[in-house]
Ligand binder design. Structure first.
Ligand code: AHR
Length: 490
């Protein structure tokens, strides 16, 4: 029989708005993330518009991607923006030393990226190179992209096909300076941030926000030092947290896993709650008015790459388990909207926890894509605190809350509720303090590792779902390992 669970939503205590940008995507020059995943070139047989594949563009528009972070990642700190402008056949060919040692022909550069985000209706989050270039170059890149003057750089942009400046919403001053971005101490990173950002100047009316490269996982000292020394020179501070099955050394398999690995992935993903809370507490100490946003601009699952795929390309399958990770993580962000102002899942297409997988002309939408699609009403919504009674899911010594919940008032005035049942074996009977009717969509499957393939692209997809009413209160029959997102109509 189903486990009885009670959910209480407190609509009298609305929280700060869920910034749309927490639904951001990360797209690096890595594997087939950009090339093939987004860009195929105008001459490709794959249907495209100005070189961008039509199927991927349409899929991304549907989930209303708010912002895209580019060009890295580690790639950002060895990227020379000048390599990616001007006639494509004249652009230099470089070696992508981080990701597979493959050649990078720079066919996708500044124009291709910024026109792409405009095409899908998203904002640009450009990550600059603080690790291996001069601050003068960082400033010049920003001038090239954003200046409406008659400067030589602005005119060079015009000559290259773009008259009006692009809008850059976010500019990242480096990436992972503690690692691939330069192996720096936080003290040095704080000093460099202050120096580099001095020369990054977009027109004031653009309101471009500067983001400092921040901590890895639980490196609280990094956040402490950056906030202590450089908070006045930043609008956001980044945090990166990846979910492995066990650890960096034991990443585990994307599919073909057993229940202990189902549970351990959730345990590691749920660590985001502790990380966001503790990094926020440090930020509160230095910035009580909460001016500086916490930008979780890399998060997601990271498994062993698919057997047979190119080494260094980080190509992995994506299962129902990943959709649950996405729900748990987004719910955590919904609970911390006072500080978390942007986030980016790693990565958008063909890399790590991707929305979309491609195989040449074929495309498949992953369970994580469907979860993002179901969560669209939460973009820009006003969250409410919600509590769940103490039902637990335990497996192999891991003890987790069985049901996770998120509730918010969407911009159209509707009340939306998300319910996530982590237990792969037991259904829940969820009773709530809400009344009326509720309907929406449910995502689940028979197997824990159910996933979509090019031969079977619809193995995991949302189905219509609605609540039953008991005693005037809304109740839900939530199957095992299911995620439901519903709109409540009073
Ligand atoms: O997303 C893959 C890599 O993970 C990024 O390039 C880097 O920033 C992080 O370590």
């Amino acid at each position: 029989s189903p486990v009885a669970v009670t959910v209480n939503v407190d609509t009298s205590r609305p929280g700060p708005v869920i910034e749309r940008d927490i639904y951001g995507q990360f797209a690096e020059h890595l594997g087939r993330g950009i090339y093939e995943g987004v860009w195929v070139g105008e001459k490709s047989k794959i249907p495209n518009t100005n070189g961008y594949r039509n199927d991927v563009v349409a899929a991304l528009k549907k989930i209303r991607v708010p912002s895209v972070r580019w060009p890295g990642g580690c790639f950002a700190d060895e990227y020379d923006w000048r390599d990616g402008i001007g006639p494509r056949d004249k652009r230099p060919v470089r070696v992508n030393t981080h990701w597979g040692g493959v050649t990078e022909d720079n066919a996708f550069g500044t124009h291709e990226f910024l026109n792409f985000v405009e095409l899908i209706g998203a904002e640009a989050y450009v990550a600059g190179n603080m690790g291996s270039m001069d601050p003068l170059e960082m400033g010049r890149w920003v001038e090239y992209m954003t200046s409406d003057s008659q400067s030589s750089l602005a005119n060079e942009r015009r000559k290259n096909g773009r008259d009006k400046p692009w809008k850059i919403k976010y500019f990242g001053v480096g990436n992972e300076s503690w690692g691939c971005g330069g192996n720096m101490r936080p003290e040095y990173s704080a000093d460099l941030h202050k120096r580099y950002q001095t020369f990054v100047k977009a027109p004031r009316e653009m309101g471009m926000k500067k983001i400092a490269t921040g901590a890895n996982v639980d490196d609280y000292r990094f956040t402490e030092v950056l906030m202590d020394r450089a908070r006045r020179q930043m609008d956001g501070l980044s945090l990166h947290h990846y979910t492995f099955t066990t650890s960096w050394e034991e990443k585990g398999k994307a599919t073909g896993f057993a229940e202990p690995q189902w549970a351990s992935v959730f345990k590691n993903a749920l660590r985001m709650e502790e990380l966001v809370s503790k990094h926020s507490a440090i930020m509160d100490k230095y910035d009580p008015e909460k001016r500086v946003g916490l930008f979780v601009d890399e998060w997601g699952t990271w498994y062993e790459q698919e057997p047979g795929s190119t080494p260094g390309f980080l190509y992995q399958q994506n299962s129902l388990r990943d959709a649950h990770v996405a729900a748990l993580t987004l719910n955590i962000f919904h609970r911390h909207t006072d500080r978390v102002k942007q986030a980016a899942i790693a990565q958008m297409v063909n890399v790590l926890q991707a929305m979309i997988l491609t195989d040449k002309e074929k495309m498949v939408l992953t369970p994580t894509y469907h979860l993002f699609d179901m969560y669209v009403p939460f973009q820009g919504a006003t969250p409410y605190p919600a509590t769940v009674s103490k039902a637990r899911y335990t497996s192999g010594g891991i003890d987790l809350p069985m049901v996770d919940v998120s509730a918010a008032r969407a911009t159209d005035g509707g009340l939306w509720l998300s319910l996530t049942n982590l237990d792969p074996n037991r259904a829940a009977r969820v009773t709530t303090n809400l009344s009326g009717s509720a309907s929406g969509r449910l995502l689940t499957a028979q197997a824990m590792d159910a996933h979509n393939t090019f031969d079977n692209p619809n193995a995991v997809r949302p189905v219509p779902y609605s609540a039953t009413s008991t005693g005037g209160k809304l109740a839900f029959d939530l199957p095992a390992k299911a995620i439901a997102v519903v709109k409540v109509t009073p």
